[in-house]
Design a protein around this ligand. Structure first.
Ligand code: AMP
Length: 634
């Protein structure tokens, strides 16, 4: 493989940029094609990149069927729930059988190539079967995080227009059962689009009222299709494999659309080069299938690589803070992937829990999703005595933009930095005012990526090419370049440091939330006239959402008991519309919000005072007294 031909990372990276097609043609050999691609990258219509044109492929074949010859009896999926105290390992043979059953069930419900299937499920094996069954059929899955509530689900149903929705009776978190079916039924009341069928997995955790004619029970369909064998539907490389919604600066979430061929190649290549991973090893990614990290590193990449993957439902500290590490010992986990927030949760417990088990199988711990602060990195590094590797990416890219590609060359970690630009990503720092590239060290700019984006990155926004172009490619003056909307700097050795978002997106416990979405749900309360949500630094979650609301009845601001009651109502409203993940940590009621003379809300000033910082230049502020009043409420 090219790894051995190019021992140095610098050369490896440079070749991926200078000889793009040659580089990716080699990576494409890592997977199986029904028909090999005729063209590696078609970038004749920038910024739309078409990868591996002419190739036909099936993602499920590459993740499951392909391994049957060599590793049918090896573990493929290990589903562990400390919520229901269940644990089951599926070999590749068993996974294949379950995926076929699910594919047969979906087919019986009318699902065909190109149809969307929405998956609203907890972290159970059936969610994995459903995702793989969709791509087996050439159907496009759209997983909605199980922590989202009806409103968020309804808007995603209307956008994706699924033929079938797959769900379950309930999820569970920290021992508390969260029934999903009422949330789903409520979402279907709110949505205009109605699916032809709903497929329900009954875990026996909650009531699951079924609507005759529409709702179907997985156990019954599974029994009917026990022996089913459904051929993989070979699709064009550019055929969408899935959409995944992500928050942006408007209230309407964007459906990030991913192709099939480019994604499969990108993930396959990431396993040796980024993770130094091999078939037969075990990958444990603690994310959720509702997030991009879960799609890529719980489900697809480990399976494409012929590894066993651990799917975990539960908290990192229940029954105690040793639980994850006991899983490492039991299944000889070689690769662990988590988020800084989870480590900060563990940090509140004795480090001794982490070393109570034999974790000698573990090569390293990768962390992503939010900035990895130095104290957290130093603590976990000292506790487990393994390399801690930060990696920076986005839902849009599907795999890391920056990290240390230790499979190519071992490189030293620098705390506070997610490392260097990954092969395939032509990363630039851009002066946001002039659009000029900043080539010197230690200069702050917007992190941008020169097109074409490498394989595996988003193709477009689902059914909205204009939004794709205008949102991501037109934000920097005078050039067509992809903006990450993150600030960054680069040091003398090419290590990057991420300095936060350039837009109104916040990151709570690794979950990306649009402040606009939260504001819109709060505005729905009859008492609220106006609201601003900002992200403020939080010791545990990185950031927390803080809401400042102007009430219709101004006298209420002085009434503490009434404020408390209203705050609780507002929080409940956010819970019911978006889900508890989006709930602000506090709602502060104020008489007015700080604005510019032109009427623009000054979120940055609000954020600064909330974090106890100097709000800076107030010359554009219409009435600085407003900010002083806000400060008093804090
Ligand atoms: P999401 O699409 O939800 O994965 O969020 C992507 C955003 O999370 C990025 O644009 C960054 O703002 C942030 N992010 C992800 N990974 C990292 C990291 N390793 N360090 C700093 N910020 C990160």
């Amino acid at each position: 493989m090219s790894t051995h031909l190019n021992p140095g990372f610098a050369d490896f990276y440079q070749r991926s940029i200078d000889d793009r097609d040659g580089f990716w043609a080699e990576q494409a050999e890592l997977i199986e094609w029904q028909q090999k691609p005729q063209q590696i990258c078609d970038y004749s219509q920038p910024p739309f990149a078409k990868w591996f044109v002419g190739g036909t492929i099936n993602l499920c074949h590459n993740a499951v069927d392909r391994h049957l010859a060599a590793r049918a009896d090896q573990n493929a999926l290990i589903a562990i729930s400390t919520e229901t105290n269940t644990e089951k390992a599926y070999s590749y043979r068993e996974l294949h059988a379950e995926v076929n059953r699910m594919a047969a069930a979906l087919q019986a419900l009318g699902v065909q190539k190109g149809d969307r299937v929405q998956i609203y499920m907890p972290m159970i094996a059936e969610a994995c079967f459903a995702m793989l069954a969709c791509v087996r059929l050439g159907a496009i899955h759209s997983v909605v995080f199980g922590g989202f509530a009806s409103g968020a689900l309804a808007s995603r149903i209307d956008d994706a227009q699924p033929k079938v929705i797959v769900s379950a009776d309930a999820g569970s978190r920290g021992g508390r059962v969260v029934p999903y079916k009422p949330l789903l039924d409520e979402a279907l009341k709110q949505s205009t689009h109605q699916p032809a069928a709903v497929l329900m997995v009954n875990r026996g955790l909650a009531e699951m009222p079924m609507q005759a004619g529409r709702d179907h029970d997985w156990a019954a369909l599974r029994a009917r299709h026990l022996q089913a064998r459904i051929d993989c539907v070979w699709v064009e490389s550019t055929h969408p494999s899935y959409t995944l919604y992500t928050s942006g600066t408007t209230g309407k979430p964007k459906g990030v659309q991913r192709d099939t061929g480019g994604y499969t190649v990108a993930l396959a290549a990431s396993m040796p080069h980024i993770f130094d991973a091999q078939a037969g090893q075990t990958f444990f990614c603690t994310s959720d299938i509702g997030w991009v990290v879960g799609h890529s590193y719980i489900i697809y990449a480990p399976l494409i690589a012929g590894m066993a993957t651990v799917m975990y439902e539960g908290l990192p500290i229940r029954p105690d803070a040793g639980i994850w590490w006991s899983i490492v010992e039991k299944y000889k986990v070689t690769h662990m992937f988590s988020a800084p927030t989870a480590i900060r949760v563990l940090k509140k417990h004795e480090a001794e829990y982490l070393t109570r088990y034999d974790i000698s199988s573990l090569k390293a711990l990768w962390l992503a999703g939010e900035p990895l602060d130095e104290p957290t990195a130093a603590w976990i590094s000292a506790a487990i005595k393994k390399p801690i590797i930060d990696n920076y990416w986005q839902t849009e890219t599907g795999w890391p933009i920056m990290t240390l590609c230790n499979g190519v060359e071992q490189q030293a970690t620098r705390f506070g930095s997610p490392g260097k630009a990954v092969y395939g990503y032509n990363v630039k720092l851009i002066d946001d005012a002039t659009g000029e590239e900043l080539t010197g060290a230690q200069q702050k700019g917007v992190l941008a990526i020169e097109g074409p984006l490498p394989p595996g990155c988003m193709q477009t926004v689902w059914r909205d090419d204009n939004r794709f172009v205008n949102t991501y490619w037109k934000s920097i003056p005078g050039r067509l370049i992809y903006s990450t909307f993150d600030w960054g700097i680069r040091d003398e050795d090419g290590y990057y440091f991420i300095l936060g978002r350039t837009d109104d997106v916040i990151n709570v416990a690794g979950h990306r939330l649009g402040t606009r979405e939260i504001e819109e749900s709060i505005s729905a309360h009859a008492q609220i006239a106006e609201v601003a949500v900002v992200g403020v630094a939080d010791n545990l979650k990185g950031q927390a959402a803080l809401a400042f609301a102007v009430v219709r009845d101004a006298s209420l601001v002085a009434d503490e008991a009434a404020c408390k009651a209203l705050e609780a109502e507002v929080m409940k409203l956010v819970d019911s519309r978006l889900g508890a993940v989006a709930r602000p940590s506090r709602v502060l009621f104020v008489a007015a919000l700080p604005k510019t003379r032109s009427g623009k809300l000054l979120r940055r000033a609000l954020q600064a005072v909330a974090e106890g910082r100097d709000p800076g230049d107030l010359s554009t502020m219409e009435d600085p007294a407003v900010l002083a009043q806000v400060q008093q409420r804090l």
